[in-house]
Every structure is written in C-alpha cells, then in structure tokens.
Design a protein around this ligand. Structure first.
Ligand code: ZN
Length: 224
C-alpha cells in the first residue's frame, strides 16, 4: 500500500466512524429528548424563582401565589368608585380613539394632580415615562376568572403627572396609582384610560382603525 492509499483508507474509515457516531447520536437524542424536557418542566415548577416564558403561564404563577390580588369587580379610576365629578371629553372610538379621556367637570387643568385609582386588583406590569406625547404610563394586568371569555384584562393609564406604583407591585381595587397629568404639558390635564382584553401588547398608537385587543372601558367597568 502506497502512502497515498494509506491516507485515503484512513479518511474513509474515519468518515465511516463519524457517520455511525452521528447516526447513533441522532437516534439516541430523539429517544431521550421528550422525557428530559418533561423533567426540566417538572423541576421548573418546583423552583420558586422560575417563571415560565409564555405570558399566560407567567401570570398563572404570579396570581396563584398571590390570590388576594385576583379581580372580583371593577370600578372607575377617577371619582371612585363610579366616576363622580368627571366626564369623558373623548369617548372610545371617537376619531379612532382606543381609550377614553377622563376630565374633571371643572375643565382645563382643574383636575391636574387629582388621584387616579386602579380599576381592580392586579399586578403592575409597567410604570414608565414614554416619549412623544404619552407622558407617564402605568399598566396593570388583572386576572378575572369570572369572565366567560377573558381570563386576563389589562388597564392602561396615561399622561400621569406622578406615578405612585412600580413595575412588579401588586395593587388593590381603588388603590392610588398616580395622579392626572398633562403628558409633559402637551394637553390640558386628563386621564387617558384604555382597557384591553389582549394583555401585554406594545404601548400602542392611542388612535387606530384596528381595535383588536381593546375594550370599551366604560362598558366593561359598568358591567363588572
Ligand atoms: Zn386619549
């Protein structure tokens, strides 16, 4: 056998060993992967600091551990509980509005700094300043097991002057979450309120033809 032939045989044998090894690995991997995944999930549920990655299962864990913050009813966020001394300057759907603008009956900035309350028990998922006309926004996810269609809804409070809660806090119905503001002086003071049945969407445009995921806040709050 020449040196060249030896070299070729070596490569051939090496390739065959490699191919068999790969075949064995693939077969073996297919056989063991489902059970190892199940084991991972099982151990994850026992691990208290772990939250599953999908939105709903994350909130299942959060509310299962804090059942006193599950919603049983909804109130208006200003003039609690029924909106006394406030009116809606712009309704949902008016000029493609995705929320309701709540103003004090005094008009202008007479409601600047008035308290804004959580519409129900829930979990604060967002409390940040957002640029370009939004101002401070607080978002709360509510677990509402009594609803026939929406096990979770979200309330969204924008243009706030002050925020009194932080992301990751639990909140009760009627608890102060912030005050009415002007979105950094862009508007006369009012609360922009959204209610959503599709939770954890982006902040959104405020106005749109596409109302997917949005509820009419007053209709929902009055019903529940
Ligand atoms: Zn608005």
């Amino acid at each position: 056998m020449s040196h060249h032939q030896k070299h070729t045989s070596f490569i051939l044998i090496s390739s065959m060993i490699f191919a068999f090894t790969m075949l064995f690995c693939i077969k073996n991997n297919n056989a063991i992967s489902p059970s190892s995944e199940q084991e991972e999930v099982a151990s994850a549920i026992e691990e208290p600091s772990f939250y599953p990655t999908t939105t709903e299962s994350k909130y299942e864990v959060i509310f299962a551990k804090n059942p006193t913050y599950i919603s049983n009813q909804f109130d208006f966020p200003v003039g609690k509980p029924d909106g006394t001394n406030y009116f809606k300057a712009q309704e949902f759907g008016e000029s493609k509005h995705l929320g309701e603008d709540w103003n004090g009956i005094g008009g202008g900035n007479t409601d600047l700094g008035d308290p804004v309350y959580s519409v129900s028990n829930g979990y604060v998922t967002f409390a940040e300043h957002v640029c370009c006309g939004w101002g401070n926004i607080v978002r709360v996810v509510h677990k509402f097991p009594d609803h026939p269609e929406y096990p979770y809804v979200e309330s969204f409070y924008a243009h706030l002057d002050v925020m009194n809660v932080k992301e990751g806090e639990f909140i009760q119905r009627g608890q102060l979450l912030g005050t009415i503001g002007t979105a950094d002086g862009k508007y006369s003071a009012h609360l922009h309120l959204e209610m959503r049945n599709f939770i954890d969407m982006g902040v959104g445009p405020g106005y749109s033809d596409d109302t997917f995921g949005f509820l009419v806040p007053t209709d929902f709050i009055e019903k529940y």
